[in-house]
Design a protein around this ligand. Structure first.
Ligand SMILES: Cc1cc2nc3c(=O)[nH]c(=O)nc-3n(C[C@H](O)[C@H](O)[C@H](O)COP(=O)(O)OP(=O)(O)OC[C@H]3O[C@@H](n4cnc5c(N)ncnc54)[C@H](O)[C@@H]3O)c2cc1C
Length: 440
């Protein structure tokens, strides 16, 4: 028999997540699914947080469309149509203060903590772990300018990646890094504190890297995950004007983190997104904005565009010609773009034939925008065991020290297997570490 609190018939049950039509990136693999595995956070009312509502960071772009709706309406290819279809519910959400996506997750988690009486400090930067005979016994925190020491049976590090730490980035990801997308407070403090306490760091060269579009947020340029390069009439080339990757695949970041074995520098950077006049006519919303310096180049010929961006002109002209032939047949013979369920469904243009993601690049004017190695989160940090405890190099656990999320050596590494490849493990390890710390 169900306990009283689980008597569903007497309670209004609200979904916390809803399934959407996003396919698995490897839907054809054994166990892969063409749709139905992915879930989106259901819209959630920020007002439920009371005075804490003001402290939730706003999203980079405040559009109240959840991930599933973006996918299910093919929003990237035709936002006007998507908006028309979703407008009533979006207005309702705005009116009711309902938030979606990352904000919905944050609001739900924060509400859970507040309900359980968790004391939360903002403007509090953890600086140093306290140790006694090897055991972690607390943490030193700079709270509103005052240094405080908090004694604790255990400490769980959850301070994210080190994307905003220039020295650590130069060491582990040599080469140009710009348009970072995560909170600028992710400066690798947790990795440093864990190492100081004797933890071994691992997977420091792994990260979630994506194509982003620059947006101004909190007074600086940040990356906003983009889908412009999935649509027809666009491709990505290197300095030789050559393609080097299936632009539509989920793990495009792996190509951008590939290094030259001799020099250690990125093999394919600088890279460029190239668009043509057909793209500009069909997807004007996705064209690079001229307002960001160094982001928007335009020319009447591909050769002239190549000269502007310092790319080999013959290489670019030849690549566009070959790419256009693939677009006409619908088969990318070089990189297989459009060949998988993921490529054909997610963020492509279903009205474009024969392929929803391949379109000729042959109509002027031509445009270019840099494709930066833009980090959503690094994935290296303290090695942990199955309980989330941080490990020393000899494999022994550091008593009282746990790590969860991007501050730990990630179990997947850079390769994603779905839209929740980072958040899923972050939440799971947070749960495992929390349960273990509470029990010991
Ligand atoms: C734009 C964007 C879109 C994304 N989309 C997806 C997606 O669709 N699916 C997915 O799975 N993943 C996605 N990710 C990645 C995912 O959001 C992150 O991997 C995840 O949030 C990491 O969680 P975390 O708790 O480890 O760190 P974070 O969420 O980064 O939180 C770390 C927190 O620690 C704080 N902190 C840092 N140092 C200190 C210190 N010394 N003292 C106190 N606090 C400190 C930071 O201020 C920050 O608030 C996305 C990321 C971005 C940026």
């Amino acid at each position: 028999m169900l306990p009283k609190c689980c008597n569903l018939s007497k309670r209004t049950v609200r979904p916390v997540s809803t399934p959407n039509l996003d396919p698995d990136p490897y839907a054809e693999a054994l166990g892969g699914m063409a749709f139905g595995r992915n879930v989106s956070a259901a819209p959630i009312r920020i007002g439920m947080l009371g005075t804490w509502a003001k402290k939730v960071r706003r999203p980079t772009v405040d559009v109240r469309i959840n991930y599933g709706e973006v996918i299910d309406t093919h929003f990237f290819s035709n936002p006007k149509k998507g908006m028309r279809r979703l407008l009533p519910r979006l207005l309702w959400r705005k009116l009711m203060g309902r938030h979606v996506r990352g904000n919905a997750l944050t609001i739900g988690l924060l509400k859970g903590c507040l309900d359980k009486g968790v004391e939360i400090w903002t403007e509090a930067s953890a600086r140093k772990l306290c140790q006694d005979d090897g055991r972690v016994t607390g943490i030193e925190v700079d709270h509103d300018g005052e240094v405080k020491t908090i004694a604790a049976g255990s400490v769980i590090l959850a301070s994210g990646g080190f994307e905003w730490n220039p020295e650590m980035m130069a060491e582990h990801f040599p080469g140009p890094v710009e348009w970072t997308a995560s909170p600028s407070t992710n400066t690798g403090d947790g990795q440093r504190m864990a190492a100081d306490a004797g933890a071994q760091l691992d997977r420091m060269d792994q990260a979630l890297i994506m194509g982003t579009t620059p947006v101004t947020y909190e007074g600086r340029i940040q990356g906003q995950p983009a889908a412009d390069y999935f649509l027809p009439h666009t491709m990505i080339v290197n300095r030789h004007g050559k393609r080097f990757v299936n632009e539509k695949q989920m793990n495009i970041g792996l190509a951008f983190s590939e290094r030259d074995p001799e020099t250690g520098t990125p093999r394919h950077l600088p890279a460029w997104r190239i668009y043509d006049g057909q793209y500009a006519a069909k997807y004007p919303h996705a064209l690079p904005k001229a307002s960001v310096p160094g982001n928007h180049f335009r020319a009447d010929t591909l050769a002239e565009l190549a000269r502007q961006i310092d790319v080999d002109a013959d290489g670019l002209v030849e690549t566009a010609k070959r790419f256009s032939e693939f677009a006409r047949t619908g088969t990318d013979e070089d990189f297989g773009r459009g060949g998988s369920i993921w490529d054909r469904n997610r963020a492509a243009d279903p009205t474009h034939k024969p392929s929803p993601t391949l379109g000729t690049i042959d109509k002027p004017p031509f445009y270019a925008m840099p494709f930066k190695a833009s980090f959503l989160g690094t994935k290296g940090g303290a090695r942990t065991n199955e309980r989330g405890q941080c490990l020393r190099a000899d494999g022994t656990a550091i008593p009282g020290l746990y790590a969860a999320g991007n501050v730990m050596a990630n179990s997947f590494g850079s390769r994603g297997v779905g839209a929740g490849t980072t958040l899923g493990p972050c939440l799971t390890w947070g749960y495992i570490a929390g349960m273990d710390a509470a029990a010991t």
